[in-house]
Design a protein around this ligand. Structure first.
Ligand code: FAD
Ligand code: 2HG
Ligand code: ZN
Length: 466
């Protein structure tokens, strides 16, 4: 019940309590000035705006544990925050929670080049982890547009996906262990990195995707992958989305070096070009585009060309083999998020669809939105190789959830998921029952009660306390 969820009250957050946090992190890392804390209270999309009396910036696992213990004892709710690039309103204090920012825990330890693993603090950016891996002759398997701001702790908390899931899997597939402070105050640490380790419950896997509701991740042990130095990328012009979907799905079977398959549609590419000033990717415009990348030890271009020739359906192609040109092709796809934001606050509905209905649903989604919001604009793009479509909707008020409801119900009705990679957060909690049975949700609540008995950890995210 809402009344039993801890929230920050003036009494709990009196000078004595703030003083006890200050004792832990030092004056300079307890932020209370309204102007300063404001940027921690609004999410990247601008759709979720909250308020907080304090942002705490611990600098070690011991400090995180001491902050959690004080909040637990006083029943003060916490929102953990990394880079604040999350898309589902899970990392901002929408109910006056204290923000615990992990950005100071940014140490990336030297890569264990023999094991092909690295240990990183939760506050290290994804880009910092990628760079450390590369410098040591390895690679990190996860990549996404928010790489320069998103933290590895946030990636773990959301089980981030991104551009290379079809090749290397999601964040959970890279995660070998964590150090974390649970909501009950316990510190757990399992960072040895053994590839085979069947010694009980995989707590790291449980914390991955738990969105800050069970505890605070303070460090992670990640597996690295062999580098794939030879790369080729291509933007393929197609006559319609169904063709693009079919080509992407077939490439997964016929091209072992495939490392990305991303869908874009005509309006999205035109918007990116308008906002960024880039020239169109191809001389003529197409209703659908597929951005594909193949990579390996040997030049993957002949294989890509042969695979595409065998499938057919490609009307024109812009091909890039050097890193700058490849990056330029990826900007058409990665630029969607920012370009759409320039139109106003978007609703971001990140869904997965079963492959069998993917093409049909990409065609149907605009009319599903139009049926409840005729004047809204729909933007479809995403990691089509994983069945993951980003349905962005602009032109409706941030708090009008009729479109969200219609899309989620339609997706669930065909066996899809209402969250592919962004998580449930606060934005999707009321629809969790579309994908998770009462028994599953009871199990979620039981886990939550066990690890966070005072329900201080992100109490408005994911798990419904009722
Ligand atoms: P935050 O936004 O700070 O937090 C996200 C959630 O994790 C919150 O619930 C928060 O409470 C919790 N949390 C954060 N840190 C911790 C911690 N240390 N311990 C416990 N809980 C914690 N996501 C994808 O999956 N794939 C993409 O391709 C992708 N592309 C993106 C592109 C852009 C341009 C942007 C802006 C975002 C994109 N995202 C993508 C979304 C976002 O980057 C990811 O969700 C990312 O994992 C969030 O990391 P963060 O550090 O910003 O977390
Ligand atoms: C991406 O794939 C991110 O670019 C963001 O997951 C998706 O903006 C979005 O909806
Ligand atoms: Zn994505």
């Amino acid at each position: 019940m809402a009344s039993s969820i801890p929230s920050v009250t003036p009494a709990r957050l009196g000078p004595a309590f703030l003083g006890s946090l200050r004792e832990v992190v030092g004056d300079v890392h307890l932020l209370t000035e309204p102007d300063v804390v404001a940027s921690y209270a609004v999410d990247w999309t601008g759709r979720f705006v909250g308020a907080t009396p304090a942002v705490v910036r611990p600098g070690s696992v011991e400090e995180v544990a001491a902050v959690v213990a004080r909040c637990r004892d006083q029943g003060v709710a916490i929102v953990p925050q990394g880079g604040n690039t999350g898309m589902v309103g899970g990392g901002v204090p929408l109910h006056g929670e204290v923000v615990v920012s992990l950005r100071r825990l940014s140490l990336v330890e030297p890569v264990d080049a023999v094991a092909g693993q690295v240990t990183a603090g939760a506050g290290a950016t994804l880009a910092a982890v990628q760079t450390a891996a590369k410098d040591a002759g390895w690679a990190y398997g996860v990549d996404l547009g928010g790489r320069d701001s998103a933290t590895i702790g946030g990636n773990v908390a959301t089980n981030a996906g991104g551009l290379r899931v079809l090749r290397y899997g999601d964040t959970r597939a890279q995660l070998l262990g964590v150090q974390a402070v649970l909501g009950n105050g316990d510190v757990i640490e399992h960072l040895g990195g053994l590839l085979k380790d069947n010694t009980g419950y995989p707590l790291h896997a449980l914390l991955c995707g738990s969105e800050g509701t069970l505890g605070i991740v303070t460090a992670v042990r990640l597996r690295l992958v062999p580098p794939a130095p030879q790369r080729v990328a291509a933007i393929l012009g197609m006559k319609d989305p169904a063709t693009a979907v079919a080509v992407a799905l077939e490439l997964r079977r016929t091209l072992p070096t495939l490392s990305a398959a991303e869908l874009m549609l005509r309006r999205g590419v035109e918007l990116v070009c308008t906002v960024s000033g880039a020239a169109p990717p191809l001389p003529a415009a197409y209703d659908a585009y597929l951005l594909v990348e193949a990579s390996g030890v040997d030049d993957p271009t002949p294989e890509l060309t042969a695979a595409l020739g065998a499938i057919g359906g490609v009307e024109d192609a812009a091909v890039a083999e050097d890193p700058q040109r490849i990056a330029a092709l990826f900007r058409y796809r990665e630029g969607h998020t920012e370009a759409i934001n320039s139109l106003g606050t978007p609703h971001k509905l990140d869904v997965t669809l079963p492959n069998g209905v993917l093409a049909e649903m990409v065609e149907r989604l605009p009319s599903i939105v139009a049926a409840v919001a005729p004047s809204a604009s729909v933007w479809l793009f995403g990691h089509v190789g994983d069945g993951n479509i980003h349905v962005n909707v602009t032109g409706i008020p941030p708090d009008d959830e009729r479109v969200d409801d219609a899309v989620f119900r339609a997706v669930a009705a065909v066996g899809g998921s209402i969250s592919a990679e962004h998580g449930i957060g606060t934005a999707k909690r009321r629809w969790l029952e579309l994908n998770r049975s009462p028994a599953e949700r009871r199990a979620f609540s039981a886990i939550k009660r066990a690890l966070d008995p005072a329900r201080i950890m992100n109490p408005h995210v994911l798990v419904d306390p009722a």
